[in-house]
Design a protein around this ligand. Structure first.
Ligand code: GLA
Length: 654
């Protein structure tokens, strides 16, 4: 199991390294990430490498039996590099070039930056390819820098030429007849920069796609150098979610040997657990798509204070452990933290660490140190499948398209709707995968597509085939409205989907914040509502005025449901539960109360139950078997105490 964190020995004198090694050993640390932001000390001046300190660090770690995720430090170019190659500094949408002075000060389209990144990756690989500590390459850090400079503009034009082939096709795709934007020469096309009024949403969407591909090329170049020089060592890069991240992780997951994600729940309290569960199920969806296996890695999370603006949230005792186990329950090969030792200065001086400013004699360090042994006991979960016959769709390009479009309500957000669907399933006792594509539908009996805005005719035909064969689709408002160029489908929805849902959407009525619409059966809708006409479907829930709000269309041996409003929590849980039940998918146990997570893993006929009680009341788990965390037998009737977790190998026997 991976257990450790980002380790930055370059910030400390050597005596501290010795203390670090002793503390890491005592804590059962297995892997640390080294060198993430070390460019300026690894290459203090052009072409002059200083590997001596890193040799000592890696030798020390190897001697202590600790492996290394060796990072390429390309996310933080040093001042000398920016001075020598000013054209590699990123330019904002306002046309202003950013100055050095922080991290991520690079443009992925700048040839000098790309060459330097390849060179650094090669130098590290040459030096350390046979080092016994080397377990994994971690390329870069959280790819996500967007640049709008002239070099980027050139690269964007090249990407567009490859995508569209001709200016006519591009003009058509971008609907440039609107507001006189027709392009007569490739040279006229620019990245979306600050302009007079609203930009063209198709241009903005394509620019996000281009940025994802351009960053992916930069990653691939480093990966390929590492693979060539150090064959056999797995390569990854750490993914991160956020509005600022222009990366289509589904595509990226096919290019890494292990899906690794960073997650710092933005929420506190019980909502943080629900958010973490969503991200974990999403990471597993990427892993299943990319590597075909359920394993992924929580590569960074916070042991305590989460670095947000405003007031930082201090994690309650036990939460670090429960978060780590919750990730493991859903497929993570362990848990790693940002960071090992709290820095004495720098931009994130108060970010939590496994060794806080107050040192090792602290509650946080003791909890971190105990976690090493806890995680080691869960190793037999590796490669066990997470039981999930239900899926929620999360499609980053749909999120970008909705971000780029002025919608009837700015409160609509695909990511939020995906999280709500995930939460409703979880509250109904159903574990789900979160999927970014429609290729693996045969694995699932139920699929929820919440505001999956971009859908081609081909994809809607895939959905129709799956439903006809028995699948249960639940599509919400704003699903399948536009094609992959963000052009609205004639008739208001992808053709096959319109037929599949058996409804015609005439008009949208966005709802004010806090306003609700009463629905039949005592439910209520918020955020969005529509005038929907039945063209084959039945209405199962209606608005107060009798118009259809939720519809079901039986097609072949399956069903296609449509939600024209955001259902209140209770009604959503009930509806998704009923749809799943209709598909023969029942929760294995009564839905756990708020704050309790139960996930079942299986492999070769064996089963494990991971149960975590984040809540305040004991939970009656009703499981028989062996708790791997304590080595003691668990029997039905043993309560799971508040704050406790168990990993139960089901059944009798060793
Ligand atoms: C990210 C980065 C880390 C650190 C944390 C702070 O995950 O990878 O270097 O900045 O955020 O939350």
């Amino acid at each position: 199991m991976f257990y450790g964190g980002d380790y930055n020995p370059e910030q400390w004198p050597e005596p501290v390294w010795r203390e670090d090694l002793a503390l890491m050993r005592a804590a059962g640390v297995t892997v640390v990430t080294v060198g993430v932001f070390a460019w300026s000390v690894l290459e203090p001046s052009p072409g002059r490498y200083a590997f001596g300190w890193l040799d000592t660090v890696l030798d020390g770690l190897a001697g202590a039996g600790i492996r290394v995720a060796l990072a390429t430090p390309t996310a933080a170019p040093p001042p000398w590099f920016s001075r020598r190659h000013p054209e590699t500094l990123p330019v904002g949408p306002d046309g202003i070039r950013r100055s050095p002075g922080s991290r991520d000060t690079y443009c992925a389209s700048a040839p000098a930056y790309r060459a330097a990144a390849r060179r650094l990756a090669g130098a590290l690989a040459e030096r350390y390819r046979r080092h016994p500590a080397l377990a994994l390459w971690r390329v870069h850090n959280e790819y996500g820098t967007t640049c709008h400079c002239d070099l980027t503009a050139d690269a964007f034009r090249g990407w567009l030429e490859r995508r569209y082939g001709s200016l006519d096709a591009l003009n058509d795709a971008w609907t440039t007849t609107f507001w006189s934007q027709r392009y007569g020469d490739w040279a006229e096309i620019l990245p979306p920069r600050t302009t007079q009024y609203l930009p063209n949403p198709a241009q903005v969407l394509d620019f996000r796609r281009f940025t994802s591909d351009e960053l992916l090329d930069a990653y691939r170049e480093q990966r390929d150098v590492l693979r060539t020089v150090a064959p056999g060592v797995p390569v990854t890069t750490n993914f991160v979610l956020g509005d600022w991240v222009p990366v289509d992780h589904l595509r990226w997951s096919r290019e890494v040997d292990l899906v690794a994600v960073d997650h710092y729940p933005a929420e506190s309290g019980p909502a943080a657990e629900e958010e973490a569960a969503f991200l974990a199920d999403l990471a597993r969806g990427w892993a299943l798509d990319g590597t075909g296996r359920p394993d992924w890695l929580l590569m960074e999370t916070a042991p305590n204070l989460v670095y947000t603006r405003g007031r930082m949230h201090a994690k309650e005792p036990g939460r670090m452990t429960r978060h780590a186990l919750a990730a493991v329950a859903r497929g993570s090969r362990g848990a790693m933290f940002f960071q090992w030792r709290a820095p004495r200065g720098g931009a994130e001086v108060f970010h939590a660490a496994m060794v806080p400013h107050a040192g090792a004699e602290t509650r946080v360090h003791r909890e971190a140190a105990a976690l090493g042994a806890t995680l080691a006991r869960t190793a037999e979960l590796l490669d066990a499948a997470v039981e999930a016959r239900v899926a929620v769709g999360f499609h980053e390009p749909s999120q970008w398209a909705l971000d780029a479009t002025v919608l009837p309500s700015s409160a609509v957000d695909h990511r939020t709707e995906a999280r709500l669907a995930h939460r409703a399933l979880a509250r109904g006792g159903l574990t789900c995968d979160v999927v970014g594509g429609l290729d693996g539908l045969s694995r699932y009996a139920v699929l929820v597509l919440p505001c999956w805005y971009l859908l081609t005719d081909e994809q809607s035909a895939t959905l129709a085939g799956w439903v006809t064969g028995g699948g249960r689709l639940v599509a919400t408002y704003l699903t399948g409205v536009a094609d992959d160029r963000a052009r609205v489908h004639p008739g208001g929805r992808a053709g096959a989907l319109r037929e599949l849902l058996g409804v015609r959407l005439e008009e949208v009525h966005p709802l004010a914040e806090g306003a609700g619409r009463a629905l039949s059966g005592g439910a209520s809708g918020s955020l969005w509502s529509e005038t929907v006409h039945l063209t084959g479907a039945d209405a199962t829930i209606r608005y107060e005025d009798g118009r259809p709000a939720v519809t079901r269309h039986r097609v072949g041996s399956g069903e296609a449901w449509y939600l024209s409003t955001r259902l209140d929590d209770e009604a959503y849980v009930a509806l998704l539960g009923a749809v799943a039940e209709g598909a023969g998918v029942l929760p294995r146990r009564p839905p756990p109360p708020a704050g309790v997570e139960v996930v079942r893993r299986t492999r070769d006929g064996r089963g494990w139950l991971v149960a975590i009680n984040h809540g305040e009341r004991p939970y009656d788990l009703r499981a028989d078997g062996l708790d791997l965390l304590t080595g003691e037998a668990v029997t039905a009737g043993d309560p799971l105490r508040p704050g406790a977790a168990v990993v139960v190998r089901e059944g009798a026997g060793p």
